[in-house]
Design a protein around this ligand. Sequence first.
Ligand SMILES: [Cu+2]
Length: 72
Amino acid sequence: MNQSVTFNVNGIKCGGCETTINKALQVLGGVVSVQASSQEKTVSVQFDTSLTSAEAIRDAIVTAGYPVQDHG
Ligand SMILES: [Cu+2]
């Protein structure tokens, strides 16, 4: 089943940050779509709950160098 999650990531400053996060998440198994926004300071992700989890995605954002403030 697909689920959507939006993370607040204040460190997204520009298109380069968006690209870095998009690339880091697109290679994760189970990620269906990613949209990082420097305007909104958010990362919205659609993922397959049988393959990955919001926590794993959150960890991947942090590993890419962007602390995550919260998600809902
Ligand atoms: Cu940037």
